[in-house]
Design a protein around this ligand. Structure first.
Ligand code: PEP
Ligand code: MG
Length: 885
């Protein structure tokens, strides 16, 4: 099997493995693809992801085959460019970059100008005829290599440069002469020697293999692991390495470098979008050190910027770039994110990939590309990440609310956020764990800040453009972000910041509008999102292509309304116990629990009946005849018990029973393992009067609402935590008897179903006989996960993250269904349930019903519907469509 693939020059590109991202990574596969369609790509080679996995598995050792293959591939570059690696007269220089299957911040990114040493730098100087350029490239190389490969602190290099400029009375890097750089290179080498105890590697092959090893090893860097965990990326993919002939954007005024998108990644608008810098090297644009210039004239004018756009300053290269944009979009049929360099007027493509985009942009592009005939509806559905819709479903700033504007920065990632200012990532995480909303404010962000960015509601940076780290990562995470706000200055010592003329401190509240770049003091009110337009169109397509129904988990009329607005087709789970907590009711609930006998319980239940009846009636009205699954009481009773003395006192007053007696009764209710204790249907078996009251409330409400006219109500009464057929048999009879009584009293009846949750392993295994008593199953995968894994859902937080980090579970099994294990139980229950009752209705109502990967599993095993919390309903609709395609 090939360990290395060459591209560019006269390399063949016909091996399908070379264009397979799992083999050559995203960057490598796309470089080969661009070269194969004739775009100007500097020649190079890609080392496969398989080699990186092998290297790490062998305890960081290269295979012999790799050494030979790299030597051969290097010869391909040498031949294509007509220069030799390490040649003293006219050396070949290369870049080394990582490239996993998906773009992954947090890994070693790039080393440029590799192949320079004290001898080759002279060759570069004479061959290019530019001493200054050669020595500038050399110092950049030492700086970058020391930082990313040798892992030395870059601060020391920056400090040396600052001092060098100060000594000479310079303000900018461009004033540094060839001799100045030469002197600085000497200092840089001394820094390296002092820091790592050995000299900077001058052997070009040692440099190359050092960089390759660093890329491989960066796969296991802490911040890469954090990113993988947050994004559900498996730890065993590994990364490819791309080695490519250098082209130089820093060879004077006819050279440049830039990053661009074929459409606007923020809004989705169909217009070229990007940033570039004259006489600069790749990293300068993203690092936010110099302020990048606009790509197009229109955008520059709209922004009122002075520095010329690329369209104006380099019309020929710009025109070529625009041609490449169109070619790439037509080839990939998607918006592309591109890196390019212009070397002495000639355009070179360094990278292309499908660009990250905001949810809004993803929707707009998907819908417009169908209109343009570029893609079909199905492709459009598959283009939008269901989880990204979340960004659109949440409120934005109320345009009419007063705003105390402090400054504006770049609108780097849309959405609105308010929260307390925090100045570093660790504090962001700490405060957010205390349930506080925080805004992370940094000069600029780096991969080390990822956990803090994730914890924050929004991100504000003082430096960096629309393609800076902060902007790209925030867009990917769906966090609002304002970047490059130059009015912001931060003092880490006093933990204060100044925005314009205002002094603020950590903990003060700030609001960001990521769509406009506005920064405001205090909190600003928000409005609900607009769900028409592109969103509506895509949802319509999704509905057309999905097989499964989408219901919601809701128990208040407001939640039901929200869910219906989002397109819910019924209620999959109404947790009746949530209604027990309302102020007026909790004392009746407590009286019921604490009663000494059935008579006492019945008296308290009589107080609850009218309340429950009106709750259900309101829900039935809101749902207009759509199916409603109502679950009878489930949680262990202690959850309703008073805990504080004042509550006991209140209860004692209202029941006219002594505090002592109440506390003793409460003590008797104590359970060692309440989640496995007296809960679910066990309550119904031991205290049938509770379920009887609830069933009565459901049927009376259903009769009432049906009598009001409109769509007839068909309630689905659900019994929780069943393990045996007998339990269900007893409780089903109780429900049916209650229904018969109500119907006789009313002289009216409604249709209804009785079914059960499958949330215990025994129930899944015995589904065949349980189905004899059940018209429907709803998989309660929260409890099913808890009981199958033997992991307490309430305590898992303490140990599950290390489990996920160590790859024991690929994702948190309470978030994404453990398809391999728990999934088998679901499959068994589906199969055995259907064998008994062919038309049994099957759904899922655990949290997994709103998780796209779990939804794909539900489609695979043929469930009839998924049920998700209201804000997840659109996500579920789209995910269900994707699963069906
Ligand atoms: C479940 O267990 O999956 C479920 C939906 O019920 P609850 O979360 O209320 O226990
Ligand atoms: Mg449950």
């Amino acid at each position: 099997m090939k360990t290395v693939y060459t591209f560019g020059g006269d390399a063949p590109h016909d091996d399908p493995r070379q264009r397979d991202k799992t083999v050559t990574g995203g960057k490598g596969a796309n470089l080969a693809e661009m070269a194969s369609i004739g775009l100007p790509v500097p020649p190079g080679f890609t080392i496969t992801t398989e080699e990186s996995v092998g290297y790490l598995n062998r305890g960081e050792a290269f295979s012999d085959k790799l050494r030979d293959d790299v030597a051969e591939a290097l010869a391909h570059i040498e031949k294509s460019v007509g220069k030799k690696f390490g040649d003293k007269a006219d050396p070949l220089l290369v870049s080394v970059r990582s490239g996993a299957r998906v773009s992954m911040p947090g890994m070693m990114d790039t080393v440029l100008n590799l192949g320079l040493n004290d001898e080759t730098v002279e060759g570069l100087a004479s061959a290019s005829g530019d001493d200054r350029f050669a020595w500038d490239s050399y110092r950049r190389f030492i700086q970058m290599y020391s930082d990313v490969v040798l892992g030395l602190d870059h601060g020391a290099f920056e400090e040396a440069l600052e001092i060098a400029k100060e000594d000479r009375g310079y303000f900018t890097d461009t004033e540094m002469t060839a001799d100045d750089w030469r002197e600085l290179v000497g200092q840089f080498k001394q820094i390296v020697k002092a820091e790592q105890g050995k000299p900077f590697p001058l052997d070009v092959n040692e440099q190359l293999w050092g960089a390759i090893a660093a890329v491989f090893e960066s796969w296991d860097a802490e911040r890469a692991k954090v990113y993988r965990r947050l994004n559900g990326i498996p730890g065993d993919w590994g990364t490819a390495v791309n080695v490519q002939a250098m082209v130089f954007g820093n060879m004077g005024e006819t050279s440049a470098t830039g990053v661009a998108f074929t459409r606007d990644p923020s809004t989705g608008e169909r217009s070229y979008y990007g940033e570039w810098l004259v006489n600069a090297q790749g990293e300068d644009v993203v690092a936010g050190i110099r302020t990048p210039q606009y790509l197009t004239k229109a955008r520059r004018e709209a922004a009122g910027a002075e520095l010329p756009s690329m369209e104006e300053a380099m019309p020929a290269a710009y025109e070529e770039l625009a041609r490449v944009f169109d070619l790439l979009e037509n080839h990939y049929k998607d918006m592309q994110d591109i890196e390019f360099t212009v070397q002495e007027g000639v355009l070179w493509m360094l990278q292309t990939r499908s660009g990250k985009r905001t949810a809004k942009a993803a929707l707009k592009m998907a819908v417009e590309m169908v209109d343009e005939g570029l893609i079909d509806e199905k492709t459009a559905i598959l283009r939008v990440d269901p989880m990204a819709l979340d960004q659109l479903l949440h409120p934005t700033l109320d345009p009419d609310a007063p705003r105390d504007e402090l400054a504006t920065g770049l609108p780097a990632s849309p959405g609105a956020a308010s929260g307390k200012i925090v100045l570093d990532a660790d504090t962001a995480e700490l405060w957010s764990n205390r349930e506080e909303d925080v805004i992370l404010v940094r000069v600029e962000t780096s991969p080390e800040d990822i956990h803090g960015m994730h914890a924050a509601r929004g991100i504000l940076t003082a430096r960096g453009g629309m393609t800076s780290h902060a902007a790209v990562v925030a867009r990917g995470m769906g966090r609002p972000c304002v970047s490059g706000a130059s009015a912001v200055s931060i003092n880490m010592e006093t933990r204060t910041l100044r925005i314009g003329s205002r002094e603020l401190k950590e903990g003060d509240v700030l609001t960001l509008d990521g769509a406009t770049g506005q920064i405001m003091a205090g909190r600003v009110s928000t409005i609900e999102p607009e769900l028409a337009g592109d969103f509506g169109v895509l949802m319509e397509w999704a509905d057309k292509h999905r097989r499964m129904g989408v219901r919601t988990n809701a128990e208040t009329p407001e939640d039901c309304k929200t869910a219906r607005g989002f397109g819910a087709e019924g209620i999959g789970l109404c947790r009746t116990e949530h209604m027990f907590f309302d102020a007026g009711r909790i004392s009746a609930v407590r009286a019921m629990i604490l009663a000494d006998d059935e008579k006492g319980r019945r008296t308290a239940l009589e107080r609850l009946l009218p309340e429950q009846r009106s709750d259900f009636a309101e829900i039935f009205r809101t749902m207009h005849g759509l199916p409603c699954t109502i679950r009878l009481l489930d949680p262990p009773l202690h959850e309703f018990m008073p805990t504080r003395d004042e509550e006991f006192q209140e209860l004692s007053d209202s029941l006219n029973v002594s505090m002592d007696h109440l506390k003793r009764r409460a003590g008797e209710l104590h359970e060692f393992n309440p989640m496995l204790g007296h809960r679910g249907c066990r309550l119904g078996i031991t205290f049938p009067e509770i379920y009887e009251m609830q069933a009565r409330a459901i049927f009376e409400a259903a009769c009432d609402v049906t009598a009001e006219g409109g769509d007839p109500v068909v309630p689905e009464v659900m019994i929780p935590l069943v393990a045996t057929r007998k339990e269900l048999q007893i409780l089903r009879k109780l429900v049916i008897d209650t229904a018969d009584q109500v119907f006789a009293e009313r002289g009216a009846s409604v249709e209804y179903l009785v079914g059960t949750m499958i949330e215990l392993p025994r129930a899944a295994l015995m589904a065949g006989e349980i189905a004899e008593e059940a018209r429907f199953f709803s998989f309660g995968t929260n409890d099913l996960t808890q009981t199958a894994l033997g992991v307490s859902r309430d305590d898992a937080g303490r140990f599950l993250s290390p489990y996920v980090e160590k790859g024991i579970y690929a994702r948190d099994p309470f978030v994404s269904l453990d398809v391999d294990g728990v999934g088998q139980l679901v499959e068994i229950a589906v199969e055995r349930g259907r064998a008994t009752r062919g038309d049994i209705k099957l759904g899922i109502c655990g949290e997994h019903g709103g998780d796209p990967e779990s939804i794909a599993f539900c489609e695979k095993v043929g469930l009839d519907y998924v049920s998700a919390s209201p804000y997840r309903v659109p996500i579920a609709r789209l995910a269900a469509a994707q699963a069906a395609l």
